[in-house]
Design a protein around this ligand. Structure first.
Ligand code: B12
Length: 307
């Protein structure tokens, strides 16, 4: 089966075979209990539309539970023309381009406060985005000259996050939620958004991330953007610039000492980027956004600073 309509396969193409694992709240101790557990697994599989189905693995999980893997055939078809994919709405920028856009657009450092909130202690994800060592070969936000990062770590109380974000003058708050038990990631994100709204005007940009978020739920959770598994720091930096630097930088006079947003930096900037042109052109910022001379000047500034 090829083209727009497909079916999963296990043994031969298009045979519809899938594998499914789940845990049942019944024991797997005695032979009678094992037979009942496997029968229960097959009943569930049949009700889910797997026919024929077989239990290929079953194992006791403590005294009261059974973990099962069922292999069976589904008759459902997948229509690829109905698959919806969330397109990235901003162009990916290099770190030099990000720094330049912040300097030109804000005229000061962009302040980011990050944390894992609630009882969540999974800091590896937010650290991958924030720490200088970064992720997937990309440096984290701490590496960017024009971004000031305040990483509050794990299990941060929402009230403390709001207070600290205010004290730091945060432009953006980046929150990680990895644990999804009882939908904690959703309820915590909503509570966080509500707390920032209740804190009054000047709410920072709210960004949440974690491997099990549905990235289409931002509005429902009251946040501005959701990032999922495999996010890289460069994507986040590019998004922050897209969301926080003004659409068109104000005209500026070159400062006599060469510091600050001179007209050379601003020339040719189009911070809206080519995102509206579609995903192809959104992959890379175009020459119309940041001139090659600007980027090369920024790149050598960064190299000098690193020495
Ligand atoms: C390492 C780990 C731990 C470590 C955490 C150490 C630390 N300092 O972070 C320790 C041992 C402490 C731990 C503890 C627990 N863990 Co744990 N843990 C994991 C594990 C193995 C890896 C997570 C990880 O580091 N991934 C690597 C990072 C880089 O990926 P990431 O988090 O997805 O982040 C990326 C993106 O999601 C995104 N992102 C993430 N956050 C953010 C935020 C923003 C703003 C942005 C933009 C992007 C972004 O960018 C990152 C880079 O791409 C996972 C299983 C797994 N393989 O994923 C379980 C897992 C997350 N843990 C789990 C559980 C249950 C627990 C415990 C409850 C276990 C227990 N009974 O005690 C405790 C809870 C502790 C607590 N209070 O939170 C479950 C969660 C299940 C669920 N449904 O929620 C998992 C899935 C394991 C499992 N299969 O059961 N854990």
């Amino acid at each position: 089966m090829t083209g727009q309509i497909i079916r999963p396969y296990g043994d031969t193409t298009g045979d519809g075979r899938v594998q499914l694992s789940f845990t049942l709240p019944i024991p797997f101790g005695t032979p009678a209990e094992r037979a009942r557990a496997e029968g229960a697994a097959l009943q569930l599989a049949a009700k889910m539309g797997l026919a024929p189905a077989m239990v290929v693995h079953a194992k006791g999980m403590g005294p009261d539970f059974t973990f099962c893997i069922v292999y069976g055939r589904v008759s459902h078809l997948v229509d690829l023309s109905e698959v919806t994919v969330l397109e990235r709405e901003f162009p990916l920028l290099s770190s030099a381009e990000v720094n330049l856009r912040i300097r030109s657009g804000l005229g000061r450092k962009l302040v980011v406060v990050g944390a894992c909130i609630g009882t969540d202690a999974h800091t590896v994800g937010i650290d991958a985005i924030l720490n200088v060592k970064g992720h997937s070969g990309e440096k984290g936000l701490e590496y960017y000259r024009e971004i000031r990062v305040v990483n509050l770590g794990s299990q941060v109380d929402i009230g403390d996050l709001v207070a600290r974000s205010k004290a730091e003058g945060a432009d953006a708050v980046l929150v990680s939620q990895v644990v999804t038990q009882r939908d904690a990631h959703l309820s915590n994100s909503r509570k966080m958004a509500d707390a920032f709204t209740a804190a009054g005007p000047g709410r920072p940009l709210l960004v949440v991330g974690g491997p099990r978020f549905d990235q289409g739920m931002a509005a429902e959770l009251g946040v501005d953007r959701i990032f999922g598994k495999g996010t890289t720091p460069g994507e986040v930096a590019s998004y922050l610039v897209h969301a926080l630097t003004p659409a068109r930088a104000p005209a500026a006079t070159p400062s006599p000492n060469g510091n600050g947003p001179g007209s050379a930096d601003l020339e040719g900037l189009n911070p809206d980027g080519p995102a509206a042109d579609g995903p192809e052109s959104a992959d890379r910022v175009s020459a119309a956004d940041v001139s090659a001379a600007d980027v090369s000047a920024e790149t050598s500034r960064a190299a000098q600073a690193a020495r």
